[in-house]
Design a protein around this ligand. Structure first.
Ligand code: ADP
Ligand code: MG
Length: 255
């Protein structure tokens, strides 16, 4: 079986600086692949390329067998790839429900054509969108806050709201850039079980994260980047025992 996501010899230059260097990995259907490494290793840049935010300088990304080079950014959600960002991207004056519904617009066909024959269909779509958004708010435990403005929510809840927004489009691949950043221990545990249930329901996850407890708990496989290059790949146990990874990133625990 071919992988859901294939990344071949992916590189990205900024000016003269190579931020990502000949990286290759695959994400299979229904797995959580973690991408880890020190600050500046190139993790967010990889996610930005895989989500179509920036083009690669070299290399190829294939999703469900299709080369992504010719796919426009706004088509990604419809194709089955959605993401969250390292820094929250929320609309503070909009309600939590509206923030989540933003994630669906890429998927709806008639939202741009609110006229004539299509009005009925647009209304029906709007209703289905609301239902779907409420369902995801319930899944992440935010249903009771649906009418609050996003600006009034604590940080940990906003991180969950972003997951709901990325999931309403029913992606096959969810890309997450440090979803547990800024979360306390309890919130991180909540986030972990949320991601596990998303995986159980069939969505693959490419996860960039610094919280090693979380990674070791939920990742099926781990790819390690250092200075733009892949230095290791393996199961959580293999990565924990890998000397190159310990030297570059994990440390010995004896400071
Ligand atoms: P990570 O997410 O692993 O911390 P990044 O992918 O954000 O790392 O950054 C990798 C390298 O690329 C860093 O040296 C960073 O400064 C550089 N970089 C990232 N984005 C840009 C950009 N838009 N312009 C210039 N340099 C960038
Ligand atoms: Mg980053």
């Amino acid at each position: 079986m071919t992988a859901l996501l294939e990344v071949h010899n992916l590189s990205r230059d900024f000016g003269g600086v190579r931020a990502v260097n000949q990286v290759h990995f695959e994400v299979k259907s229904g797995e959580i692949l973690a991408l880890i490494g020190p600050n500046g290793a190139g993790k967010s840049t990889v996610l930005n390329m895989v989500s179509g935010v920036i083009p690669p300088s070299e290399g190829e990304i294939r999703f469900a067998g299709q080369a992504m080079a010719s796919v426009a950014g706004h088509q990604y959600a419809e194709m089955g790839i959605t993401r969250t960002f390292q820094n929250l991207q929320t609309f503070d004056d909009m309600t939590v429900l509206e923030n989540v519904m933003v994630g669906m617009h890429a998927k709806t066909k008639s939202s741009l054509f609110l006229c004539g024959m299509q009005l009925t269909r647009a209304r029906e779509e709007e209703r289905l969108m609301r239902e779907q958004a409420h369902r995801w708010l319930a899944n992440v435990g935010l249903e009771s806050l649906a009418t609050w403005t996003a600006g009034s929510l604590p940080y940990g809840k906003l991180r969950l709201m972003e997951i709901a927004r990325a999931m309403v489009a029913e992606p096959r691949l969810l890309l997450l850039d440090e979803p547990a950043a800024g979360l306390n221990h309890t919130e991180t545990a909540e986030m972990s079980s949320m991601l596990q249930s998303i995986r159980t329901n069939g969505t693959a996850i490419l996860l960039v994260e610094h919280d090693m407890d979380m990674i070791m708990n939920i990742a099926d496989r781990i790819v390690v980047l250092d200075q733009g290059a892949k230095i290791a790949e393996g199961t959580p146990r293999e990565i924990q025992e890998n000397p190159a990874v310990i030297a570059a990133y994990l440390g010995t625990g004896e400071e």
